[in-house]
Design a binder for this molecule. Structure first.
Ligand code: C2E
Ligand code: CA
Ligand code: CA
Ligand code: CA
Length: 279
């Protein structure tokens, strides 16, 4: 028994080593990716349920890896966060999303809100608000077209500090969205204080609609609660017509999901925006 125990330890150690080595490798490659220009943003439309028009897009990070192809954030965002590299990457995302917004404006496209995800570490950078103000000024953008997405768990972490930060952003005039709503433990009282304009209902509550009665009750409650707090609601991960129909019946404002469009490169997104595409 002793022997096999030791063998097991060795097995786990080898396994851990392999994983640690892979992480180190990803980290080393991530370090160069920014300079090498390997990051791109894809954009996923957010569609107004009443008009069927695109009213916003969420910028979603992709890594064009020289060997492994196009990688989604789930394949590298943890390493980026743990290594601190997310701060520089996040800065690039903010810069690029604003640059894209300015390009679309200059091409005469109707204005849309662009959602940018903020990571926890990025959120704790003392110069974040100055950085946002600087980017907006350089591109001559109205602050309201930038929508900063922060997760519910992030804003609940260090409330006094978070509240102050969100107030500073609010003062700049940028829009704020609470991402992955429903997965954390926000209370109504806090929600009001956060000054966010939008709640994004997490996909986990949408995916089993319309069949799951609990999820239907939850989405209905969030929608009516948001309405009474004068907040907009975006339902995430809408994949089917039946989900769309249920959310429309519940009075949801906006949806985002494969049913409308997957995240697409900027050029494809511009075509969707130009066609004033209706779903
Ligand atoms: P998120 O902010 O909740 O973004 C929505 C995710 O759901 C995206 O995954 C999107 O592609 C996916 N999605 C949208 N509609 C559907 C649908 O109908 N069905 C399904 N199954 N999925 C759908 P993605 O692009 O892989 O991003 C994953 C997460 O990575 C994001 O979740 C966000 O937390 C993070 N992320 C993405 N871009 C950035 C970034 O620039 N900075 C930071 N800090 N995090 C980012
Ligand atoms: Ca998001
Ligand atoms: Ca989300
Ligand atoms: Ca999520």
């Amino acid at each position: 028994a002793k022997g096999s125990g030791r063998g097991q330890v060795r097995f786990y150690t080898a396994d851990l080593n392999a994983r640690a080595r892979e992480r180190l490798q990803v980290e080393a490659q991530l370090r160069q990716a920014l300079e090498a220009g390997e990051f791109v943003l894809h954009y996923q439309p957010q569609v107004d349920m009443k008009s069927g028009r695109i009213v916003g897009v969420e910028a979603l990070l992709r890594w064009q890896h020289p060997q492994r192809g196009l990688l989604g954030p789930l394949q590298f965002i943890d390493v980026a966060e743990d290594s601190g590299l997310i701060v520089g990457i996040g800065r690039w995302v903010l810069e690029e999303a604003c640059a894209q917004l300015a390009r679309w404006r200059d091409e005469g496209l109707p204005p849309v809100r662009v959602g940018v995800n903020l990571s926890a570490l990025q959120f704790r950078q003392p110069d974040l608000v100055d950085n946002i103000a600087d980017v907006l000024e350089r591109y001559g953008l109205d602050a309201e077209w930038l929508d900063l997405e922060v997760t519910e768990s992030l804003v609940m972490e260090d409330l006094p500090q978070t509240t102050a930060l969100l107030e500073a952003m609010h003062a700049l005039g940028v829009s704020l969205s609470i991402d992955d709503f429903g997965t954390g433990y926000s209370s109504l009282a806090y929600l009001k204080r956060l000054k966010a304009g939008t709640l994004k209902i997490d996909r986990s509550f949408v995916k089993d609609l319309p069949h799951d009665a609990d999820d239907a009750a939850i989405t209905r409650t969030v929608i009516s609660m948001a309405a009474s707090l004068n907040m907009r609601v975006v339902a995430e991960g809408v994949e089917t017509r039946a989900q769309w129909a249920l959310l429309a019946a519940e009075g949801c404002d906006t949806v985002q999901g494969y049913f409308c469009s997957k995240p697409v490169p900027a050029g494809d997104c511009a075509r969707l925006l130009r066609s004033g595409s209706r779903v």
